[in-house]
Design a protein around this ligand. Structure first.
Ligand code: TXA
Ligand code: MG
Length: 294
């Protein structure tokens, strides 16, 4: 199959479509960076079928395991120390001694890992810095000419990339907000959740200030459209398209990237988006919007 032969396959997860390759094959992993135009210092997430497989690659403390078992399969990525016998290409971790691991809930990505028998390195399947794909058409538009196969399973259910955490001293460090919220993590572990690392730049190398960016200028906290603007609304308001008419944040997250793709492809000169409440998954939406607007 394509993965075993070292090729790239784009496949859906419950968050966004990923660009998958065998994480143990350095040539295949190098091809991911090349296809995305991604800087090689920005490490990749490795996808596995379950926590038993994860533990053959990374070292899990009891608390890390508790988190993993509660939220896997699902939109949580755990950054843990890399096992020396983990057989992962050093290109995946960009030379770090830690590795980002996740068990996706989507049956197609699960089947791809199982059938290939390999841990799969998979970043979001978009050109580096662009908007993440939530539909196969987004992948085709961004990377279609560079990959052999896209497995199309329709729109993704979560719509926004996984939450990334690492264990700290008596705290959980949130490296990227996502569908699993800080409150859910604290409820489970009893530990406070702190954002960012200890000023350590390698902790979230992908969290660059400008990311997830449309090609057009993006204006935040808009209440109405200015001339030639594509207005993305939230809640009942006049707009070009609405993320959620009844102000549902989960629905808004699911629709966010498709709305940005649509706005980017439209005839409008610029994009504007309504204020999104800073609660629950709204934190993750605003994290992406702030980077998209830089
Ligand atoms: O929902 C998702 O997580 C999607 C789907 C495809 O699984 N994947 C995704 O991958 O968003 P990507 O490559 O676009 O984002 C991975 C993030 C980057 O910000 C990267 O810097 C961070 O994970 N990362 C990877 N390994 C890391 C490590 N060892 N330490 C800290 N951050 C790490
Ligand atoms: Mg990405």
């Amino acid at each position: 199959m394509l993965i075993r032969a070292g090729h790239l396959v784009a496949a859906p997860t419950e968050t966004v479509y990923g660009l998958a390759a065998d994480a143990t094959d350095s040539d295949a992993v190098a091809a991911i960076y090349a296809a995305k135009g991604r800087p090689s210092f920005n490490p990749l997430i490795v996808h596995v079928t379950d926590s038993a497989m994860a533990q053959t690659i990374g070292v899990f403390s009891p608390m890390a395991l508790k988190l993993a078992e509660a939220f896997w399969p699902g939109p949580l990525t755990m950054v843990v120390p890399l096992r020396v016998d983990g057989r992962i290409s050093p290109l995946v971790t960009a030379g770090l001694s830690t590795i980002a691991l996740r068990v996706p809930a989507h049956p197609v990505m699960q089947a791809l890992i199982r059938e290939s028998g390999r841990p799969l390195a998979a970043p979001s399947a978009n050109a580096s810095g662009g908007i993440s794909p939530t539909r196969a058409e987004h992948v085709m538009a961004s990377l279609g000419h560079r990959i052999r196969m896209v497995l199309d399973a329709g729109p993704t259910s979560e719509g926004i990339e996984s939450t990334i955490v690492a264990m700290g001293e008596g705290v959980v460090r949130l490296l990227r907000p996502g569908p699993v919220t800080a409150d859910q993590i604290t409820d489970l572990t009893g530990l406070p959740v702190v954002t960012g690392g200890e000023g350590d730049p390698i902790e979230a190398p992908g969290q660059l200030a400008s990311h997830y960016a449309p090609k057009k200028p993006l204006r935040l906290n808009a209440t109405q459209a200015q001339r030639d603007e594509f207005l993305i609304g939230f809640g009942d308001m006049p707009c070009t398209i609405n993320l959620s008419m009844d102000g549902n944040l989960t629905e808004a997250a699911t629709n966010l990237f498709a709305a940005l793709h649509q706005a980017d492809a439209s005839a409008a000169r610029a994009i504007a988006i309504a204020t999104i409440p800073e609660t629950g998954i709204g934190l993750a939406i605003n994290d992406r919007l702030r980077r998209a607007a830089v």
